[in-house]
Design a protein around this ligand. Structure first.
Ligand code: C2E
Ligand code: MG
Ligand code: MG
Length: 605
């Protein structure tokens, strides 16, 4: 019947015996044993009590009684479970009951007991049956004072969890607290809380260590720790919790705000820390000025993990350093996404050409006088399996950095030439359109561009005059030796060279005229500069410059293409100034080859 009862219920017969029973059991134990054994029990330094099967103390020794500030006789008949607090947790209570009933061999647990004089002791309690012959079915309860051991353990834990130089919590304790804060207990409501972190690194601490020695370095760290603690105390004033200040290693510190109210609170904290650290330090006569860089991250606890938070903090601290140090920077998801995609992109760039993830779009180049389609510029797109369609600004730079531009550029050239030839064959009645292909500097330097072009023209059957190569000003400026020879060879072959984005670099027309260049593509910023001041008058300065440029270009035998023509107003003025060709949304956005086919079909007979 009692076996079915659940939970700590010391109400049953294990706790409060009938008076008669207590009286009957109050004799000392082992009354039949020689008195020397009895004396040994009574005087043993280990606190012991014999407890009957119902849970009442039959007899206790001096040491046991001392724990409770009384004499052994007074303890007899008391419920042992109450004396040593065995009923406060269910598991121990059940185990204790099982030992009393002979169903379990032994119970061991740790308890903190309060001595009547006020001090508390940590004890280890063991309950084990006495041999039947000796105990008459009783159990022996022994209580070992482990306060000293506990104290040592606690001190050891403190040592393991704190940094000896600054006395701050160390990395281990910091992560313990962080995980605790992110992992709401079963009774707490998860998801409502926010957490914030200031991750700080001293600027130029290594120099202090190297020039003034480690002792000064250590003193500086301790002084910084003090200031951080002060900032945390001030921030925690009148709030439920004070931010935890920890030294994560070297000259890295963290301030953890476990009950953040939002980024503003973290920004205030970071600002105060920055100021506090910048105040000069007086280290036993040495005056030292340092600064700190701080990465600030603030999030909902339900949306972050310890690793995620630390990674974000690390990245943000890096930004703070990269942006010029002595500042705090707030985590910016967009900046982070950019960094991640840059990494992800560069690792998938090389194989992407083989996997056929690139495609070309073509943007019409239209005659300003006749409004007809003369050519198209090939613009590469990357249909990335994860990131969707990417424009060249996202990956051409990366491809140049890692050299994969050579392979990619060759693919672009071949695809564009093949396409131009195909249009020509499909629309025999129409004046063939030329294709303009962008060429990166590295393609000129790192590959045999001339041989590639010759091979591809031969392979596709495209006439050289229907191919134009676009190079940027900076790619051809100062070119001598190989690039110049390459340009010359291409020009001799009949391929046209255009200077892309003209006007953004040196704009040295006189120099350009000595190179085998035949087209200038006026950068979009010029055309965009044709804005109306106050909505009525065009900006005459821009127009004068562009007009002069176009006239000079014409005198040098170059034709001019205007990029980024978006409005008919711009087109009218560009035409008046003398631009030969226009490219831009006014005419068409970059489109698929099929769309160009349709345009060609429309202009044909
Ligand atoms: P770009 O050669 O100056 O190409 C013109 C860029 O301006 C294209 O951007 C085009 O879409 C955009 N554009 C055209 N008309 C307008 C307009 O009216 N308004 C505005 N706002 N923009 C206009 P896209 O396709 O993003 O290409 C960017 C750059 O990437 C190109 O600038 C070129 O330098 C480079 N690029 C593109 N394809 C290749 C390639 O196959 N190889 C190499 N090396 N670079 C390429
Ligand atoms: Mg271009
Ligand atoms: Mg351009």
């Amino acid at each position: 019947m009692s076996g079915t009862s659940e939970g700590p219920a010391p109400a049953e017969d294990l706790g409060r015996p009938a008076v008669t029973e207590r009286g009957a059991e109050a004799d000392p134990p082992h009354s039949s044993r020689p008195s020397s054994a009895h004396a040994a029990f009574a005087a043993a330094p280990l606190a012991m009590a014999v407890v009957d099967r119902k849970g009442f103390v039959r007899s206790a020794n001096e040491a046991f009684a001392a724990l409770f500030g009384g004499d052994p006789g007074a303890l007899a008949g008391q419920a042992a479970a109450e004396l040593v607090d065995l009923a406060s947790d269910t598991r121990t209570w059940h185990a204790y009951r099982d030992v009393l009933r002979g169903r379990q061999a032994r119970l061991r647990c740790t308890r903190r007991l309060k001595h009547p004089d006020g001090h508390s002791v940590w004890v280890q309690i063991t309950v084990a049956p006495l041999p039947d012959a000796d105990g008459g079915g009783a159990v022996l309860l022994s209580v070992r004072d482990i306060s000293v051991r506990r104290e040592l353990q606690a001190r050891l834990r403190h040592l393991q969890m704190h940094d000896p130089v600054t006395r701050l919590p160390n990395r281990t304790l910091f992560f313990e607290r962080l995980s605790g804060a992110l992992d709401p207990g079963p009774y707490e409501e998860g998801g409502a809380g926010r957490i914030g972190l200031c991750y700080l690194d001293l600027d130029g601490f290594k120099a202090v260590n190297d020039t003034l020695g480690h002792r000064v370095g250590d003193r500086l760290l301790a002084a910084v720790a003090e200031r951080l603690t002060r900032c945390a105390d001030e921030a925690g004033y009148a709030r439920a919790a004070t931010p935890l200040v920890a030294r994560l290693g070297g000259d890295e510190f963290a301030l953890l705000v476990e009950d953040s109210t939002g980024t503003e609170q973290l920004a205030d904290l970071a600002e105060s820390v920055l100021k506090a650290v910048q105040e000069p330090f007086d280290l036993s006569g040495q005056r030292l000025s340092v600064s700190a860089s701080i990465g600030v991250v603030e999030r909902r606890t339900s949306e972050t993990t310890a690793t995620g938070l630390m990674q974000a903090a690390d990245t943000t601290l890096y930004w703070a350093k990269a942006d010029g140090k002595a500042r705090w920077t707030l985590f910016d998801p967009e900046r982070n996404a950019h960094r991640m995609t840059r990494q992800a992109l560069s690792s998938t760039l090389r194989p992407a050409v083989d996997r056929g993830e690139f495609a070309l779009e073509y943007q019409p180049l239209v005659g300003m006088e006749d409004g007809e389609l003369h050519g198209v510029e090939a613009l590469v797109r990357w249909h990335h399996p994860q990131f969707g369609t990417l424009t060249p600004n996202r990956f051409i730079g990366l491809a140049e950095e890692d050299g994969s531009i050579v392979q990619l550029g060759r693919w672009v050239l071949r695809t564009a030439c093949r396409q131009a030839r195909q249009w020509q064959l499909e629309h025999p009645g129409v004046e063939p359109v030329f294709v303009s292909v962008n060429v990166a500097v590295r393609q000129v330097w790192d590959s045999d561009l001339v041989a590639d072009v010759a091979d591809i023209l031969a392979e596709t059957g495209l006439a050289p005059r229907l191919l134009q190569l676009e190079l940027t000003e900076s790619a051809v400026m100062g070119s001598a030796g190989r690039p110049l020879q390459a340009l010359q060879a291409l020009s001799d072959m009949g391929v046209r060279i255009a200077i892309d984005d003209f006007g953004t670099g040196y704009s040295n027309l006189a120099y350009l005229s000595r190179l085998p260049v035949s087209v200038l593509k006026l950068d979009g910023s010029f055309v965009r500069g044709f804005r109306y001041d106050g909505g009525t008058h065009p900006n005459p300065a821009d127009e004068v410059i562009v007009e002069a440029l176009v006239q000079l270009a014409h005198r040098l035998g170059l034709t001019v293409t205007a990029e980024c023509v978006e409005t008919s107003g711009q087109a009218t003025r560009l035409r008046r100034i003398g631009c030969d060709t226009g490219q831009g949304w006014l005419y068409s956005r970059p489109v698929t080859p099929d769309r160009i086919s349709e345009l060609l079909a429309g202009t044909g007979t």
